[in-house]
Design a protein around this ligand. Structure first.
Ligand code: SF4
Length: 318
């Protein structure tokens, strides 16, 4: 059986997609638009998702006191020390980056979109923070530079989602996917593998569910238990099982086999802040994790999508 050309990889990596569409590797510059999150400011709840650190998933983002251009320039300076490139992706990573007055967001997104070294924009948000005026703004940004919208779903199981205080139900996510898809805005979905109380079967159900949706990509990550979070406290009082490296690699490969071939895999491991990480400590060795996954996929002759059945595949309406 032949497999697509994914630049030598056994899954459709984001790097492969970027090389295909931009002709070279692009690096991400993490940005902070100065937004908070409805799950933290009291609109939906206080404290946020129980795994979320005080920096709101943006522990590598630059300071929100700086302008977007200053943050981009600072990020470029740091990346340029390690890599040779002149084009970047502006990644609005901290908290919920579409949560705020639309005119303020507009000026920040436009500042990034018009920067000469920014080739594409990626915006992380919640599916319940995409009202019509924001969707129109995203269309406007997409008319200037390629755009990705990243939605933190984490799981399709309501019981798990309630346990970590996600604050929205699955139908809200589905409405957002359809609203974005109707406007042809590429969607990247985040899933966390190893949330407390979930079985591997449940995690696989979340992965397979994505095959039915008109999404562009997925980010998979092991759960990171961080100090200073509610989950960190729960773990310290009553440790729950987290993946070992071997278990994670084994399960991650199974997940990739269950994902449609056309879905771009933006991430297969996590980037938890080292100074806050309680468990699993092996996840800080990112290169080791990536190499082990590649090695195991080769040994098993494994490829993305080999376990997707025909009836699972999504077909875009003609
Ligand atoms: S929605 Fe995102 S930013 Fe908000 S609390 Fe949850 S993980 Fe943190």
């Amino acid at each position: 059986m032949s497999h697509p050309n994914w630049h030598g990889k056994r899954f459709y990596s984001f790097d492969s997609y970027i090389k295909e569409h931009f002709g070279k590797k692009l690096y991400k510059v993490s940005l902070d638009a100065g937004c908070t999150c409805p799950n933290r400011d009291g609109t939906l709840g206080f404290g946020g998702c129980t795994f979320c650190s005080a920096e709101g998933s943006g522990d590598f983002a630059s300071s929100s006191h700086q302008s977007i251009t200053e943050q981009i320039e600072e990020g470029i300076t740091l990346i340029a020390k390690k890599a040779e490139t002149d084009q970047y992706i502006a990644y609005f990573q901290a908290f919920t980056s579409t949560y705020g007055p639309v005119e303020r967001l507009r000026s920040m997104f436009l500042e990034a979109a018009h920067h000469p070294k920014i080739a594409a924009i990626s915006i992380g948000t919640r599916p319940d923070c995409l009202p019509n005026e924001i969707l129109s703004l995203l269309e406007e940004i997409m008319s200037i530079k390629p755009l990705f919208i990243e939605l933190g779903l984490q799981t399709i199981h309501e019981e798990t989602a309630k346990h970590f205080h996600r604050g929205y139900e699955l139908d809200i996510f589905e409405d957002a996917v359809h609203a974005l898809s109707n406007r042809q805005i590429p969607i990247v979905v985040h899933l966390i593998l190893g949330l407390p109380g979930e079985t591997k079967q449940q995690m696989l159900e979340s992965v397979s569910y994505l095959n039915h949706l008109p999404i562009h990509g997925v980010k998979l990550s092991m759960l990171h238990v961080l100090s200073g979070t509610q989950m960190g406290k729960e773990y310290e009082q009553n440790p729950f099982p987290v993946f070992s490296l071997e278990e994670y690699v084994d399960f991650l490969i199974l997940c990739l086999e269950h994902i449609r071939e056309d879905i771009v895999i933006h991430r297969i491991t996590g980037d938890g802040p080292k100074d806050l990480l309680i468990a699993p400590l092996w996840s800080t060795h990112k290169r080791l994790v990536l190499n082990t996954i590649a090695h195991e996929m080769k040994i098993r002759n494994s490829y993305q999508g080999t376990r997707v059945s025909i009836h699972e595949e999504y077909r875009f309406p003609s």
